[in-house]
Design a protein around this ligand. Structure first.
Ligand code: SAM
Length: 287
């Protein structure tokens, strides 16, 4: 057992007063792009780990818990999502899960850093699992906020799979960005967002929910567990143009899940519905 912070460990730099440490069994990549510092290393428990500017983005070991819940909850709740937008998601895991749905006809993925895409293909191939070759995927290298401001064609589901609101990810947590998202959703459209760990980052969720209040008739969040997003359950923001998707019954969800013929390791229709049951300390952040 090494000493976290000494050589051979990554000590995460997301919080001032709390840090998780992951042992680096083998460093595979460490480089600066124009936007951020990328590192990939191997850890006996989590497999390959991607960090951007010292913050864990995704790991081979637990990425399924995050990608399945951020992709399948809105798509199965919607029931007829044909056009999906992913903002961020450079590692390809979100696009992989979205395009497992044969019902999705087109997925646009707007990622600011081509470096994340390029090296994820090489160092984290299991995450994208060939999705970058799917003809339904349109990869756009651009700032997601700028893309949304200029976009006019609508989407049924918008998934914000961004970094935390520091650095290039900051613009993806603004009222203006959320305003464009609500403008670009179809009448039953749904926006879902990576919204951090509420026990550690309550202001992130509180801020998003404040913005959602004036933009989305149905808004809230649901929870998932991602061990490498340390500090408790993770909140996924939910902003929908109608409450239809939220009210889908367990039976209908089960039918849609069976019809999609998905093999999942975290998502189930029961977990989907239970994920919206919030502990009081999280619900308080939505008021
Ligand atoms: N699952 C991770 C999490 O929950 O923190 C996020 C994964 S993914 C690696 C985050 C992606 O967001 C990165 O590839 C980063 O380059 C991208 N990103 C950050 N700011 C962006 C922006 N303004 N527009 C588009 N992509 C952005």
């Amino acid at each position: 057992m090494g000493i976290p912070g000494a050589g051979g460990w990554t000590v995460e730099t997301l919080h001032d007063e709390y840090a998780q440490a992951l042992r680096e069994d083998r460093v595979l990549y460490d480089s600066e792009t124009d936007h951020q510092r990328l590192r990939v290393f191997e850890n006996a428990k989590f497999g390959r780990v991607l960090t951007l500017d010292g913050v864990v983005q995704t790991t081979e070991g637990d990425e399924f818990m995050y990608h399945e819940m951020l992709a399948h909850v809105p798509i199965l709740a919607h029931g007829a999502a044909r056009r999906v937008l992913i903002v961020g998601g450079g590692d390809g895991g979100m696009a992989r899960e979205v395009l497992r749905h044969e019902s999705v006809e087109h997925c646009t993925m707007v990622e600011i850093d081509a470096g994340v895409v390029d090296f994820s293909k090489e160092y984290l191939p299991a995450l994208s699992n060939g999705v970058f070759d799917d003809p339904r995927l349109d990869l756009v290298i651009a700032d997601g906020a700028a893309f949304m401001a200029e976009r006019h064609q609508p989407f049924d589901v918008i998934i914000v799979d961004s970094t935390d609101p520091i650095g290039p990810g900051e613009v993806l947590f603004t009222d203006s960005f959320y305003g464009h998202a609500s403008r670009l959703l179809t009448p039953d459209g749904i926006l879902v967002t990576q919204n951090g760990v509420p026990f550690m980052q309550p202001d992130e969720l509180r801020g998003t929910m404040r913005a959602f209040k004036t933009l989305f008739p149905d808004r809230g969040c649901y929870l998932t567990h991602v061990p490498s997003y340390a500090g408790g359950p993770m909140a996924l923001g939910w902003g929908a143009m109608s409450d239809k998707a939220r009210k889908v019954s367990a039976e209908v969800l089960a039918e849609r899940f069976a019809a999609a013929r998905l093999t999942t390791r975290y998502y189930t229709p029961e977990v989907h519905r239970a994920a919206f049951a919030l502990p009081a300390y999280v619900a308080a952040l939505l008021e």
